[in-house]
Design a protein around this ligand. Structure first.
Ligand SMILES: [Zn+2]
Length: 383
């Protein structure tokens, strides 16, 4: 019986996958002799490099194969020497890969690039190919670039625009222009053009917050205040300038602002006492989701005595405390005749500061007391 199978084959010559027919047997008692002979003598042909043989390479599983959708060629023609001639081929795949290769008039490869289309690029090509199908316009020209378009479906050629000029065939001109700009952009920038879009940039990171938070909580400006910044292409240190002019400025890649790793826990400890009573405040800050407050008459005995503190409350506290700390000195003990002892210890981003008082009080003491009272109330109302 006649047994014909289609499968994907990796070409021995160029290494690319294509769908090929494999004839394992032919039943000559059925059908006409001529077509049976043709089947028997069937040769596989690689659509990429043209290699032809009964079997051009090894089978590959269809799931692992990206499918060729279009092969688009650009040839420059006219009165040129062989060295000036070139053929550029764009192989466009269903996974948005676009393999670009250029060969000169002697068939020598001069350039090879792996480009990436955007979904929109591919949609535009699909749309323009459909439009071009109805456009049988013939263009006479003698010089310049000629183009060839081949559309594939599951390895088979389903439409073809033979090599010819495409001047004034608008949908094809659009495709050609799009492919050329893809190459231009690829050569100009270090990322694929379609990935080059305005990123959300929420200002410099706030070191008090951690990486697992939502973007809008992570940075110090509001997303709605986030506007594209002026970025003039890729900085070239050797010429101390940017590679494009401001007027050609388009949004560049911005990967946000690098964040130093944060694995240190902040802690704030304040103890104030006189002969009558003692107040202790303790804050532990691990990250935006893990910040805890304790206020009591004694040092906390266990973690269960802490309540959760929202990030804003922590930052407000820190802000107020910093104003007081700016006026404090770590180099001596505040001595005086007041019946009061106090101890402030902060470890912020690994930096430890400690202040001690024995009978003396510093400037802005009342601010500190107000702050303690406020968080004392906050603690009580949430405990
Ligand atoms: Zn090949």
């Amino acid at each position: 019986m006649t047994k014909v199978m289609f499968s994907y084959v990796k070409c021995d010559k160029c290494g690319k996958d294509s769908k090929q027919m494999n004839v394992s047997s032919v039943n000559f008692s059925l059908g006409d002799r001529e077509s049976n002979v043709r089947l028997m003598e069937h040769k596989q042909k690689c659509p990429f490099c043209g290699y032809e043989a009964p079997i051009i390479g090894k089978f590959v599983s269809s799931e692992s194969v990206k499918k060729l959708l279009y092969k688009i060629e650009c040839h420059n023609w006219g009165e040129k020497t062989k060295e000036d001639l070139y053929t550029i081929t764009y192989d466009i795949y269903d996974n948005l890969d676009c393999d670009y290769s250029g060969v000169d008039g002697n068939g020598k490869e001069i350039e090879r690039l792996s480009l990436q289309l955007s979904k929109e690029d591919l949609e535009d090509i699909n749309k323009n190919i459909e439009l071009a199908k109805n456009d049988e316009m013939k263009v006479d020209a003698e010089d310049g670039e000629a183009w060839k378009f081949v559309k594939y479906d599951d390895g088979q050629v389903v439409w073809e625009k033979p090599l010819g000029y495409i001047y004034n065939i608008e949908p094809l001109e659009k495709i050609a222009k799009g492919l050329k700009s893809l190459v231009d952009a690829f050569n100009k920038y270090d990322i694929d053009p379609h990935r080059n879009e305005v990123q959300f940039v929420y200002g410099p990171p706030d070191f008090f917050r951690n990486q697992n938070t939502k973007p809008e909580d992570k940075y110090d400006i509001d997303p709605k205040d986030n506007v594209p910044q002026k970025v003039y292409g890729v900085y070239k240190p050797q010429v101390n300038n940017y590679d494009i002019k401001p007027e050609d400025n388009v949004p560049q890649k911005v990967y946000g602002v690098a964040r130093p790793s944060r694995d240190l826990e902040d802690s704030i400890f304040i103890r104030v006492s006189n002969s009558m009573k003692k107040r202790v405040l303790s804050i532990k800050y691990k990250n935006i989701n893990e910040c805890y407050l304790y206020v009591g008459n004694d040092d906390p005995k266990s973690d269960s005595e802490y309540i959760s503190l929202i990030d804003k409350a922590y930052l407000d506290f820190l802000n107020e405390l910093n104003k007081v700390k700016e006026t404090l000195s770590t180099s001596y003990v505040y001595k005086g005749d007041k019946n009061i002892k106090w101890h402030i210890m902060t470890i912020i981003k690994g930096q430890k500061d400690e202040y001690l008082g024995d009978g003396g009080i510093p400037l802005y003491w009342n601010n500190l007391m107000d702050l303690l009272a406020k968080y004392d109330n906050l603690y009580k109302s949430n405990k």
